[in-house]
Design a binder for this molecule. Structure first.
Ligand code: DON
Length: 558
């Protein structure tokens, strides 16, 4: 059955989508990103003598221009780095921070109820951006070229404009009423308050100027001076609470990645304030007690769902910004802890989520954010997942800057037990506090065994982690990037207590079998994720790359 399915996926891939994937080739450099122009920007910088870190600056900045729905200067992200010369690995945490004036009740009315959409739309929903500071740091600490050089392609795209794609138009439509509320955003992204026609050109002159300020003055070009003043004036005029001190105080943090091991495969992934690495490794630790490839498909999916259920349960309870709360990282990624959880899994029956300790609820959707993967000729690697949260963030552009602000404040818990925009709920560990970073699910990851090393990640809200998990399991079975990306996905996140699956992700037989075990199942309304992956074969020196067929990205080896 599994073999037949694999054959089907391979054929499906070859017949339908061969144009978008680039197969194995001799060792060169590889870039996979969510937009053709961002991938080209990265190669342009590599051709100028830059390394993977310079290319990461170029790709991040280009995405800020050509994929504004997903990430941008007004947002943040995590850049996982591997330096080939000495094996050094680190994660640049450029996650947004709550403004200093932020507090737990800021999205509640007088009766203590959450005011709908206040943490999602407009200036009050924006955290202090981290992306510009992260690019400066990445360039200065790890790059070979100047920041100004690496920002050039993005400046050019913003100045000259580019043709918008179908995905961009779809996401504009989704955020249309909110974008219309902000004259700056409407004048840049809309055409007389309507979604622009296909093949329209989007020019962003203000954004080009802001990028030039960053190129010329580095950190001061964004966090102090002219751009900073414009950001603060605009945000405060619209009811936001940012101050100049917030911008001046913002600092990226370099954090040790979270490391795990699954059947001889090394997993290197995102540390808090992302939940990604911990949830991923906890689930893999649980699964390492089974021989998944020997199980029938129903039992296999049952066990994987049970592992996801338990790891996501712990996400809701324990995880938050480790600079503010005590996150028990090493307990959660400990093999003995996983062994204990494994004993609670029954092969003949699903575990009801409400029988796990506590009653925190969460669910998710997700169509924005962005991920890119880079490996250069020397073997330097970057896996970066960047976000403004909702499509087009808060849909608020600060006047005269072209900078679209994030609405990442919604990743905090506005009120205990109340779901956020992605249906996520959490506890005190992720409560709003002045200067704290909101919990994320972004999971930029490296996976490595004796013969292969892979760089991957994806957007997709809380489903990010289960997507990366499924990719690791496929890697463990010897499959490559095309397979990880083309296989229909399934997901369990503790609450809602159900397995969600993409169209084609479950056979009728599996649905029946899993229902008999007590699982509730639901097909998702749309296919989710936009994974960008690279795999390097250490023996053959071949690079294989893939860009998710669900998106409009480009993966290239050159
Ligand atoms: O940091 C997070 O977990 C979210 N802000 C990511 C949102 C996301 O991936 C949306 N979707 N595709």
């Amino acid at each position: 059955m599994i073999i037949l399915k694999k054959l089907f996926i391979t054929l499906f891939f070859l017949v339908c989508f061969h144009g978008q994937l680039i197969g194995a080739t001799e060792r060169k450099a590889a870039i996979a990103s969510a937009h053709t122009l961002a991938t080209y920007a990265g190669f342009e910088i590599l051709q100028q003598g830059g390394n993977a870190f310079d290319a990461a600056v170029a790709v991040s900045a280009a995405l800020a221009v050509v994929e504004p729905a997903g990430s941008g200067l007004g947002g943040g992200g995590f850049w996982l780095l591997h330096r080939a010369s000495d094996g050094f690995e680190t994660m640049i945490d450029g996650r947004e921070k709550a403004p200093l004036a932020a507090h737990r009740e800021m999205y509640l009315d007088k009766r203590g109820e959450v005011i709908k959409d206040l943490s999602i739309n407009g200036a009050l929903s924006a955290g202090i951006p981290g992306l510009p500071a992260a690019l400066v740091h990445l360039s200065e600490q790890y790059g070979k070229l100047s920041l100004a050089q690496s920002l050039q392609p993005a400046i050019r795209y913003a100045q000259q404009g580019f043709v918008i794609g179908e995905r961009h138009r779809k996401l504009l439509k989704f955020r249309l009423p909110v974008l219309m509320n902000n004259p700056q955003a409407a004048s840049i992204f809309l055409d007389n308050n309507k979604v622009p026609n296909e093949k329209s050109v989007l020019q962003q002159t203000d954004l080009a100027n802001t990028l030039k300020q960053l190129a010329q003055y580095g950190i001061n070009g964004f966090y102090t001076g002219d751009v900073a003043n414009k950001l603060i004036n605009s945000v405060r005029k619209a009811g936001g609470i940012w101050t100049l001190q917030d911008l001046e105080n913002y600092q990226i943090v370099e954090r040790d990645p979270v490391i795990g091991e699954y059947n001889g495969i090394k997993i290197t992934s995102a540390a808090p304030p992302s939940s990604g690495g911990i949830v991923l490794i906890e689930a893999l630790n649980i699964l390492s007690g089974y021989n998944l490839s020997k199980l029938d498909e129903i039992t296999r999916k049952h066990i994987i769902s049970e592992a996801m259920r338990r790891a996501y349960h712990d996400r809701a309870f324990y995880l938050g910004d480790s600079d503010f709360v005590d996150v028990p990282i090493y307990r959660l990624i400990n093999q003995d802890y996983a062994a204990g959880l494994r004993t609670s899994i029954r092969l003949d029956k699903a575990t009801p989520s409400d029988s796990l300790a506590g009653d925190v609820e969460q669910k998710s959707r997700g169509r924005n954010t962005t991920h890119f993967s880079i490996m250069d000729k020397e073997g330097n690697r970057v896996a970066a997942t960047l976000s403004v949260n909702f499509p087009f963030g808060s849909a608020f552009v600060a006047e005269g800057t072209g900078v679209l602000l994030n609405d990442e404040m919604d990743d905090f818990v506005s009120k205990s037990g109340v779901m956020n925009g992605y249906g996520l709920v959490g506890g005190a560990a992720n409560a709003i506090e002045s200067g704290k970073r909101m919990l994320s699910s972004m999971t930029p990851t490296f996976i490595e065994d004796e013969t292969r090393v892979a760089v991957l990640g994806t957007p997709g809200g809380s489903r990010i982690i289960s997507m990366v998990l499924l990719a690791v399991l496929d890697f463990a079975e010897g499959e490559g990037p095309d397979y990880w990306l083309w296989t229909p996905r399934f997901h369990h996140q503790y609450i809602p207590d159900m397995i969600q699956y993409e169209e084609g992700g479950m056979t009728d037989e599996e649905i029946l079998g899993l229902s008999r075990l007590g699982h509730k199942l639901k097909e998702t309304l749309y296919r989710y994720g936009n994974m960008q992956a690279i795999q390097f074969n250490k023996k053959s020196k071949q690079l294989t790359v893939a860009s998710d067929p669900r998106g409009e990205g480009l993966a290239l080896v050159r």
